[in-house]
Design a protein around this ligand. Sequence first.
Ligand code: F6P
Length: 549
Amino acid sequence: MNADGRTRLNQMPEWTALAKHREELGDVQMRELFAADSGRGTAYTLRVGDLYVDYSKHLVTDDTLRLLRELATATDVLGLRDAMFRGEKINTTENRAVLHTALRAPRDAVIEVDGENVVPGVHAVLDKMADFAERVRSGAWTGHTGKRIRNVVNVGIGGSDLGPAMAYEVLRAFTDRDLTVRFVSNVDGADLHEALRDLDPAQTLFVIASKTFTTIETVTNATSARGWLLDALGDEAAVAKHFVALSTNAQKVAEFGIDTANMFEFWDWVGGRYSYDSAIGLTLMIAIGPDNFREMLDGFRIVDEHFRTAPAESNVPLLLGLLGIWYGNFHDAQSHAVLPYSHYLSKFTAYLQQLDMESNGKYVGRDGHEVEWQTGPVVWGTPGTNGQHAYYQLIHQGTKLIPADFIGFARPVAELSDALKAQHDLLMANFFAQTQALAFGKTPEEVRAEGVPEELVPHKTFKGNHPTTTILAPELTPSVLGQLVALYEHKVFVQGAVWNIDSFDQWGVELGKVLAKRVEPALTEGAEVEGLDASTKALVATYRELRGR
Ligand code: F6P
């Protein structure tokens, strides 16, 4: 306890014990850990749902894991978890419950916020979404001129874009291939231009996704989209057949001109980056169909239940969260790579960037004081094997410690031709080879034994000892996607709980928004804007000159 009455994380005995343990381990080698325990390759594994999680290639011993769990106990991670699942207002800076888990609760579950069971509302919206999605998919819902809808354009940004856009890519093989589905997020007009340039307005449905319905990028793009539609169809009444809204803000939706009968609702206890399994998933549901969407929700639920009930020793999100703390706080790792060996997961890491970095990129704790420990890492990565030919060099032989998650699948997606399915083993051979090389490297002796000239030996030596988690699933299905996303959601939760930060607000994005609003008149009208610093002033002047104003 400090003089000010606060017990700081880095003064807790459990934290100090971990720091001491880290010193004692020194530069322990994975080669040693595996040599000392022939069962490590299977003992250090867990299963959750369809996911087989191997954490043997980490710089940890049983003692490390025990000490990490003791830290979780001391910081009451599981107490906060229970409070979240109960619907308590654990997002304290916004005084909100955090209940994305209610979005995938079964119909008969009871989860209360302010004394009201929210589950019936969740299922009412899911049913309304399913009904609408089926009508679009079957052609029963037509555009203003009576033509069938062939194109769905999702307009949203951040959590109202990244989740559905990611999941649409992941589940491409499950989508209706007769529909063209596009996602527009950037306020750069080029985004909307490219999305619309070859579409027939009479066959295009816009899904305007915005929790607040005040986000400038989305409102601007939605207004331009409406202009594009009305230029072609020439009738205000067309909006009702070509625009639907996904939002918590009925008033703003109505003000924009979308009939609230065409609004799919969600609630303030769903954070934007935790929302794609809510109404925000409508575009995805239209693409993959309600049954696949529900299967995905089942996948989320499997991991929710596991996180809620599994003992600490076998609780996968808890383990992954704690491993991140081990590297970030006790090895000074600054980043975390997520490397999926699936082309379909090409947007998965971008999605995780918001999930993780918007949640845990904070330097102020829940108690309002600055933290004195590292919080969220930089999350990055792209699908293997492409990354292998780009930045893996740095992971293997650079000077930084970069823990990484490798995600792979045993079976290729069913619709691939036999010839393309045959490539899957090559893909996965790379998957397994990389984590092996990262963990165990190649010693100078091994390099010499290959007859390498002495002057090249240091260059061809791999020190190894780079930690990785391997997540292997049988096949990429809607359920497996739900499982993976819930796994990362809860991992992020665990870390925020230990670091004592509110993982569910995002005040850090506000300042830029306010300043952009202030600067805009300087660009458009040359207005004298108060409070511009000298650098920004000169940049604005140069911009206006280059822009020809
Ligand atoms: O970037 C800030 C943010 O509020 C995100 O948290 C959110 O996902 C995104 O903007 C979009 O917000 P909205 O859904 O309200 O348009």
